[in-house]
Design a protein around this ligand. Sequence first.
Ligand SMILES: Nc1ncnc2c1ncn2[C@@H]1O[C@H](COP(=O)(O)OP(=O)(O)OP(=O)(O)O)[C@@H](O)[C@H]1O
Ligand SMILES: [Mg+2]
Length: 501
Amino acid sequence: MKEVVLKVENICKNFGPTKALTDVTMEFYGGEICGLIGENGSGKSTLSSVIAGIQPPTSGVMYKHGERYLPVNPVDGQKKGVAMIVQEAGTIPNISITDNIFAGKEQFFLKGPFVNKKAMQQAAKEALDKIGVDRMDPADNINVLSQEDKKIVEIARALDDDPELLIVDETTTALSVYGRDIIYANMRRMRDEGKAVIIISHDIDEIMAQCDSVVVLRDGVKVGRLEKEEMNGRAIRNMMVGRDMSENYYREDADGAVSEEVVLEASDISTEKVLKGIDLKLHKGEILGIGGLTESGMHELGRILYGIEKPIKGKVVLKKRDSDYKITNPWGSVKHGIGYVSKNRDVEALLLTTTIRNNITLASLKKISRGGFVSAAKEIPMVQEEIDRLSIKCNSMYSNVNSLSGGNKQKVVFGKWLATGADVLILDCPTRGVDIGVKSAMYSLIEELKNAGKSIIMISEELAELIGMSDRILIMKDGQFTKEFPRNPDLKEHDIINYMI
Ligand SMILES: Nc1ncnc2c1ncn2[C@@H]1O[C@H](COP(=O)(O)OP(=O)(O)OP(=O)(O)O)[C@@H](O)[C@H]1O
Ligand SMILES: [Mg+2]
């Protein structure tokens, strides 16, 4: 018999009128990696945060090894053996890596009235060693790290006091193969030590590969649990959405022909770190896919095309009918009809402390203003249209973006650029963190935009979506394009992978 590490019983969590969790009862076992899945807003992060002590449940009880468990905050949760890696950025800015790893635990390093920094740094180094990381100096400020390395710091913090239960909330999609392997290796180590692991992901293949069981939530209610031998993509998908889902969400035509007209041209783009003389032409009405590993330079290229980052050599030009416009900064890009969906939505794409309405209209203010004033008569329908077509799950358009689930935040970012009516869209992992239903809606929207003559660059780590959607795919490796594929829906992933690694 497997040992129950944690049991949640009749957990409810309400946010005002929103019932995020309703009577959720389930058990998590030692020696098991359990997948937790469900559509955006189904309550996965809420349940995890209740378990980890980030917020209390509205009602219901929890037991750890049969004893009542109610953490008062995450540090308390961690003390009681439960650790969590959150979906959003979870590090504290402007302080060192060491201080991040031991935030809230400084009292263990006191020497008289002072914190013994040396000892703490040494311990931080050991915490990183323990998870298999030696590529950072714990004395460094956290700000110098990439998004990925910040996540790795969170992992070190979470695992430092050997939790009995680890929750990994949608972390892996933001990481490179390196970071993912670190997480997977540590999850397996914990399982082998008889501990419990919960992983949340929208990637059903990942869930099937990593987990021993999977629990499905729908609208805050537990709808079922599948054991390893019962798991298959179709069963999981159907349980999630409550109806039979077809597997084909991509465009159906095989026609990759596009107009000769070039709308955006990059020439000889080089950067100090990765990119080496990149040339690229985007045509009117084209969906141009760019694929590669996280560190290939493709995300950097996306930022350069939009003007957030500057290359040391080369230029990006928007071809206008009357004149060319050289891209040098994001404000100019917005003004000239370019949109950009960032991979790091929390850092680059959203104003987290304001409403959905303000976020959606942010890039379209000119379109809906007259004489310096925003016209509510134009603004409100514009916002409602995006909420409807992306089925953004919210109480109202006046809700704060912060109150949305991860995937719903991503929809707001996408909606913002749909609202502007931009002619050129640069999408960096646009479907990251969105559930399969919304993914399929986003693909239809992208196809509609193409058919309306808009031009789209889609940077993605998902080969299936590149193959399914692109008129042309460029593969990047070590800052250079290694291969171009014309549209061919029958292309196989392994035909592409060779050019990436
Ligand atoms: N602080 C909050 N205030 C108000 N509503 C909230 C808050 N946190 C979560 N919610 C709501 O609770 C519901 C469940 O959200 P949760 O973040 O748990 O979803 P999720 O399953 O993690 O989704 P995703 O896959 O998009 O990350 C959503 O409707 C969300 O808007
Ligand atoms: Mg979530």
